[in-house]
Design a protein around this ligand. Structure first.
Ligand SMILES: C[S@@+](CC[C@H](N)C(=O)[O-])C[C@H]1O[C@@H](n2cnc3c(N)ncnc32)[C@H](O)[C@@H]1O
Ligand SMILES: Nc1nc2[nH]cc(C(=O)O)c2c(=O)[nH]1
Ligand code: SF4
Ligand SMILES: [Mg+2]
Length: 213
């Protein structure tokens, strides 16, 4: 299958339990919960998105004819030769990566030595074989992916309170403050929640503090 990719870039994973780890990000174009057009935001199923995922015009973006071509482009963004003890890491995100990520791409990336992570809204089934699954549920949606490595809940979200998700099968449970005009207040509230319920860990978007993409 072919892939539409907004951008491919090297940075530090800024979120979740792997925060701080060097990674190539592959941002797929398109999402099933928002068109990406500002005029549609107020009526979208997900309204707080902080990301431009429309089109293929970003750095390293484009149309890739098959899994080997996209895996080669991602590999070219990992700026290291083999380093003992370091496993190259790729984070498949978007947009919604589950619209495009398939077993062939996972295998092509692993064949080139990558550990493969995904950031998903959890509403669409994932291909098998992914090494790290991060699900970030959105209020008012049904979860198709109900187990994984980390559940990263944006907080606060009316209709997606933390209690709804504590029973799911995830190794890590993270509250990530909503980044909007009230981010400081949301961060305080998320911290208070984690103090009151230690099943949740606070996770801040560290790349935004450091000035990384
Ligand atoms: C842009 S999304 C792409 C992946 C997938 N569509 C998803 O929603 O998980 C990447 C991550 O950013 C989070 N995110 C998006 N907008 C945010 C915001 N305004 N504040 C905090 N986190 C946000 C999402 O919840 C998700 O965990
Ligand atoms: N540095 C950095 N870390 C991230 N973790 C998840 C991101 C995403 O947009 O999916 C993201 C991102 O956009 N940048
Ligand atoms: S589901 Fe993810 S990519 Fe889609 S609009 Fe929401 S945060 Fe953005
Ligand atoms: Mg982001």
């Amino acid at each position: 299958m072919s892939y539409s990719v907004k951008e491919v870039f090297y940075t530090l994973q800024g979120e979740g339990a792997q925060a701080g780890r060097a990674a190539v990000f592959c941002r797929f174009a398109g999402c099933n919960l928002w068109s990406g057009l500002e005029r549609d935001r107020a009526t979208a199923r997900c309204r707080f998105c902080d990301t431009d995922f429309r089109g293929t015009d970003g750095a390293g973006g484009g149309h890739f004819a098959d899994a080997e071509q996209l895996a080669a482009a991602i590999t070219a963004c990992w700026p290291h030769d083999a380093v003992p003890g370091v496993v190259p890491y790729v984070v498949c995100t978007g947009g919604e990566p589950a619209l495009q990520l398939d077993a062939a791409l996972v295998a092509a990336l692993q064949g080139r030595g990558f550990e493969v992570a995904v950031e998903t809204n959890g509403t669409l089934a994932l291909p098998p074989g992914i090494d790290w699954i991060c699900v970030s549920p959105k209020a008012g949606t049904e979860l198709a992916v109900r187990r994984g490595d980390e559940l990263k809940l944006i907080y606060p979200q009316p209709g997606a309170e933390p209690e709804r998700y504590v029973g799911l099968d995830f190794e890590h449970r993270i509250l990530q403050p909503l980044d909007d005009a009230e981010r400081a207040a949301h961060t305080e509230a998320a911290a208070a929640h984690c103090l009151a319920d230690p099943r949740w860990h606070l996770g801040i978007q560290m790349h935004k503090l450091v000035g990384l993409p």
